[in-house]
Design a protein around this ligand. Structure first.
Ligand SMILES: Nc1ncnc2c1ncn2[C@@H]1O[C@H](COP(=O)(O)OP(=O)(O)OP(=O)(O)O)[C@@H](O)[C@H]1O
Length: 258
């Protein structure tokens, strides 16, 4: 049984093809991570799966009535606008106290209800956003770079929490990340995206795949590989042994060694 499935997804933003021929499916209880360099289309793919952007062609199928909990990449809260955590949980739909307390407790921020959103640290904010996404009992959690800005222990703790939630409730988790180390260990399946799916499989399989190494290679070559993605594999379109330039609009960034 598939919760969400994308078939032959093509998507344009502005004047560029951001996603080409993307096929994927998410099943109950899976933890799936989409990895890829800046501008590779990760957020766009997630937004298409949720239905926030329409594909140019291809189909996204969500199981009818599917309950999705979405944690966005970032949330800017104007410090001039006071907003308590408890009130934030009731936006846009009112949430009763028991559900709010349960969700905050489950994500380790039980005592944060009366704190101001704009005063939270990055890790605390992520836990509050996760609490909000858990309200309503989602069957799938979709998180766009949920641990951006967290240190590695904070990141590892966040992924452990996601695993616990999956084990307790059987929900599926689909997340986007740049981080290679923690994500690889916390995922059942990893999808490497660079406009198209370059490779996918268990972390063990993907970490040894030439396509993964080309994207996130070893040592200083890794940084370069993010911008010169050498293909030695075939896709359905039959491309062989050619070199992709960076996805248009890609920004330079520091990258970690794989
Ligand atoms: N609303 C938009 N209008 C035009 N182009 C867009 C829009 N949103 C995204 N893009 C472009 O689509 C490409 C993919 O962007 P996307 O945000 O999906 O990448 P990403 O892999 O999530 O990147 P990052 O790791 O930097 O968050 C980029 O080149 C970006 O400039």
């Amino acid at each position: 049984m598939k919760l969400i499935e994308a078939t032959g997804l093509m998507l344009r933003r502005g004047d560029q093809d951001v996603l080409r021929d993307v096929n994927l499916a998410i099943r109950p209880g899976e933890i799936v991570t989409i990895l890829g360099p800046n501008g590779s289309g990760k957020s766009t793919l997630v937004r298409a799966l949720i239905g926030l952007v329409a594909p140019r062609s291809g189909v996204v199928t969500r199981r009818p009535g599917l309950r999705i909990g979405y944690v966005p990449q970032s949330l800017h809260i104007d410090p001039a606008m006071p907003l308590m955590v408890r009130r934030f949980l009731s936006l846009p739909a009112r949430v009763d106290d028991a559900a709010a307390e349960h969700a905050l407790g489950r994500t380790g921020v039980a005592e944060f209800g009366s704190r101001q959103m704009s005063n939270l640290s990055g890790g605390q904010l992520q836990r509050v956003l996760l609490a909000r996404a858990l309200i309503g009992g989602p069957e799938i959690l979709i998180l766009d770079e949920p641990t951006q800005g967290l240190d590695q222990p904070g990141e590892a703790a966040f992924y452990r929490l996601l695993e616990e939630l999956r084990d307790e409730t059987g929900l599926a988790v689909l997340m986007v990340s740049h981080d290679l180390h923690v994500v690889m260990s916390a995922s059942d399946r990893v999808i490497c995206l660079n406009g198209h799916i370059c490779c996918e499989g268990t972390p063990q399989v993907v970490s040894t795949a030439p396509e993964y190494r080309a994207l996130f290679g070893l040592g200083t070559q890794g940084a370069l590989a993010l911008y010169r993605h050498e293909h030695d594999h075939a896709h359905d379109g039959g491309h062989h042994g050619h070199v992709h330039g960076p996805v248009e609009g890609t920004r330079e960034k520091d990258t970690q060694d794989a």
